[in-house]
Design a protein around this ligand. Structure first.
Ligand SMILES: *Cc1c(COP(=O)(O)O)cnc(C)c1O
Length: 399
């Protein structure tokens, strides 16, 4: 049967979280109390006002097809949000609605990449970027950022990675997996390079509301008309409004790119779910008060987790300014042993941690940085405390 698969399909790497996740689920099914730090979604419920808006939409008959690229109402709500929050003026022709930000990114790479076009990915990067670029025939060019730079790409590193084949760069601030947030000044330096070289900036801003310090979220598109022209913003309602299952995301940028994405969508998914679009418009126009409470709770958990990790000999992490992840380095444990096995990287560490202490974490290899692992704090404070107790005890046994 293997001959039935295309070369394209065979080149897909399954999500690296899956192996650990499958094992953790199997252990849980066998009655083992596994504590999972793998969550990639808020543990809060969707705010009531948004649910009510969806129910109203269903009752009003919003259950049929909409235009493939999304409703005019939601596109206008996206424009109003960008004007209100970022001071950015766009029109509905600059907006496409997709089935989640992930879908928007997928379609974007499909319409911008020719075979061999290079897309620069600062590492650690979100796992799907490289797969999506590859599926579009593009070539991911991974640039390793340094922990000493806060895992942020410098303008010099950006410039050095550019070749005649460079089509785009992907920026993700706040970042998954590091939680890094670029400042306006840092973005300014990158914008200057992008404008000089004419590189499209794909700005994944899905965590924009989840920022715990500093000046808050800045979109690189805010830094002047030239960079705005070159920026393609990707965002959605999943993380901000705890709406991961609703599958609504949006892309904002050049009308020709937007039109091509809409055309592609018209032959694949067609429109994102109709009543979810109505509810998302409501969420963007009237952000519920629950968002602030969620941010305050995430901040509390982050502070606790960072302090606990840095108190464990052999582990270290930066204090992330945003998102809901802590990216932990295990350089202090590399080469050491437990149960006859040598810890060579995050993969071995995560496997042993799950087997020996029943704690699931995501190894850094899938993000392009094998000597790290990712902890999510989108889980209760109680679970976080219990899980960190186990990690501390586990690390103590390594010799
Ligand atoms: C969660 C996530 C997305 C995708 O979110 P959707 O649910 O598809 O809207 C995109 N980028 C990053 C970095 C994410 O963590």
């Amino acid at each position: 049967m293997k001959n039935l698969l295309s070369a394209r399909a065979k080149a897909i790497h399954p999500s690296p979280t899956l192996a650990i996740d499958a094992k953790a689920k199997e252990m849980a099914a066998n009655g083992i109390n596994v504590i999972g730090f793998g969550a990639g979604e808020p543990d809060f419920d969707t705010p009531e006002a948004i649910k009510a808006a969806a129910c109203r939409a269903i009752e009003n008959g919003q259950t049929k097809y909409t235009p493939a690229s999304g409703t005019m109402d939601l596109k206008k709500a996206v424009c109003a949000k960008l004007l209100r929050d970022q001071g950015l003026a766009y029109e509905p022709k600059n907006v496409v609605i997709g089935c989640g930000a992930k879908h928007v990114l997928y379609n974007l790479f499909q319409v911008i990449c020719n075979e061999g076009d290079e897309v620069i990915l600062p590492a650690p990067y979100w796992v799907s970027y490289s797969e999506q670029v590859g599926l579009a025939g593009g070539k991911p060019v991974v640039v390793q950022t340094r922990e000493a730079d806060g895992f942020k790409l410098t303008p010099a590193e950006f410039r050095a990675a550019i070749t005649p084949r460079t089509k785009a760069i992907v920026l993700n601030s706040p970042s998954n997996p590091t939680g890094a947030v670029y400042t306006r000044q840092e973005l300014q330096g990158l914008a200057e390079v992008a404008v000089e070289k004419g590189i499209l900036v794909v700005s994944d801003e899905i965590y924009e509301e989840l920022i715990y310090e500093g000046e808050g979220h800045v979109s690189i598109a805010q830094l002047g008309p030239e960079i705005k022209e070159l920026t393609f913003i990707v965002n959605g309602v999943s993380k901000t409004f705890a709406m991961t299952g609703w599958r609504i995301g949006y892309g904002v940028g050049d009308p020709a790119i937007i039109k091509a994405m809409g055309d592609l969508q018209s032959h694949s998914t067609s429109n994102p779910t109709t009543f979810c679009q109505s509810a998302s418009a409501e969420a963007l126009r009237n952000p519920p008060a629950e968002v602030k409470e969620m941010v305050a709770e995430f901040r509390r958990r982050r502070d606790y987790m960072v302090d606990r990790i840095n108190a464990i000999p052999g582990l270290h992490c930066l204090k992330p300014a945003g998102a809901f992840y802590v990216f932990v380095g295990l350089h202090g444990l590399i080469g050491r042993q437990l149960k006859g096995r040598t810890i060579t990287d995050g993969d071995v560490f995560a496997e042993l941690l799950l087997e020996q202490a029943n704690v699931a974490v995501v190894p850094g290899s899938g993000f392009g940085t094998p000597e790290y692992f990712r902890l999510s704090y989108a889980t209760s404070m109680e679970r976080i405390k219990a899980g960190l107790d186990r990690i501390e005890e586990f690390v103590r046994q390594i010799n």
